[in-house]
Design a protein around this ligand. Structure first.
Ligand SMILES: Cc1cc2nc3c(=O)[nH]c(=O)nc-3n(C[C@H](O)[C@H](O)[C@H](O)COP(=O)(O)O)c2cc1C
Length: 320
């Protein structure tokens, strides 16, 4: 067992330098716990609306479930109203997360239109107010996840990152693209290096990790404390064990598919678990050239027993 943490967020020791990105619809308890077992250094929830926490708790509740083994567990929240963010954070504090993270990167129209997510990047004073309020009221670390700015003409990460640190933020994750870029185009790793160089709190780099080699390259090129992996981790928890998908055997993929499905069904129930698992399944199967009829059957069956026998059958005839 590793004794010394790789870095510390406030008072929370972090062992490891690769972390599963928060991803709405993907980084729920079943997938986070799997990723954590494969080596993701901490667990971050999908983003959670503060409005839901305060006014519509039953909607937020499923997103807040976690396993003790996932710790450190980070609840990521989003909103544009500093007072409501504080109110939600105080409610969430009661559930025992290790860290609360503020989303300042979501580029979805519905979110930015009301000034939340990346919309906050346009209002640096509000970010200062949010961090001041949260860090004064909470006895656990508060962190942030940002983008580089709204668009290429309004890059403001030097200001935003400084504000977050000055107002008590204990770590910063940087998705090295602008809001305008969405998820496309090159991530500017030089910006991550610049932020790391100018802050004292840990900096987590994010954006453009496609394979294992990129993890070490981002760590080396930016000196960031950890790397956050988003899309390349969907259907690929092995990336946290620093294994590329072409190094994973068919048997391992089959076993993880069945285990992941099982965890989804425990959380969401048998029927909904199977339906929700399909988007993950698509990604697990992507590297394999399976018969398209079998794949279609797998994607449409509502029977768990059929699903399991089709999967076993497919992989029994295949290995990489
Ligand atoms: C489907 C999807 C959902 C996402 N949801 C969130 C979210 O809830 N919170 C967040 O901070 N970022 C979210 N992101 C952004 C990712 O965390 C990450 O910053 C982005 O995908 C860039 O990393 P990558 O190039 O490794 O994918 C989401 C991304 C995707 C693809």
């Amino acid at each position: 067992m590793q004794k010394n943490p790789d870095f510390i967020i406030g008072s929370v020791p972090i062992f490891g330098r690769v972390i599963l990105s928060p991803m709405d619809g993907f980084s729920d308890l079943p997938y986070r716990s799997l990723a954590r077992e494969y080596g993701s250094a901490m667990s971050i929830t999908e983003f959670i609306s503060c409005i839901d926490v305060v006014k519509n708790y039953s909607k937020a509740e499923p997103l807040l479930r976690f396993n003790e083994e996932e710790r450190p567990i980070v609840f990521q929240i989003y909103d544009s109203d500093p007072s409501r963010i504080l109110e939600a954070a105080l409610i969430l504090r009661g559930l025992g997360p290790d860290i609360i993270d503020v989303n300042m990167g979501c580029s979805a129209q519905a979110v930015v239109n009301r000034g939340a997510g990346a919309g906050l990047l346009k209002e640096p004073e509000k970010i200062a107010e949010i961090f001041k309020k949260l860090t004064s009221a909470l006895d656990i670390p508060v962190t942030g996840k940002i983008r580089l700015g709204w668009d290429k003409d309004s890059i403001n990460y030097p200001l935003i990152s400084r504000i977050i640190e000055e107002n008590g933020g204990k770590a910063l994750a940087v998705h090295a693209r602008t809001k305008k870029q969405g998820l496309r185009g090159p991530a500017d790793w030089n910006a991550i290096a610049e932020i790391k160089n100018s802050l004292r709190i840990p900096v987590i780099g994010n954006g453009g990790i496609d394979q294992v080699e990129d993890i070490d390259r981002m760590l080396a090129e930016t000196n960031c404390d950890a790397v956050m992996v988003g899309r390349a981790a969907i259907g690929n928890p092995w990336i946290f064990a620093r294994k590329d998908i072409n190094e994973v055997s068919g048997d391992e993929v089959r076993d993880v598919v069945l285990e992941h499905l099982k965890r989804m069904q425990v959380l969401y129930g048998e029927s909904m678990g199977l339906i929700r698992f399909r988007k993950h399944l698509k990604r697990y199967l992507q590297p394999f050239e399976f018969n398209s009829e079998a794949k279609k059957e797998l994607m449409t069956t509502n029977e768990t027993s059929d699903f399991i026998s089709i999967i076993k059958d497919m992989f029994s005839n295949f290995d990489v």
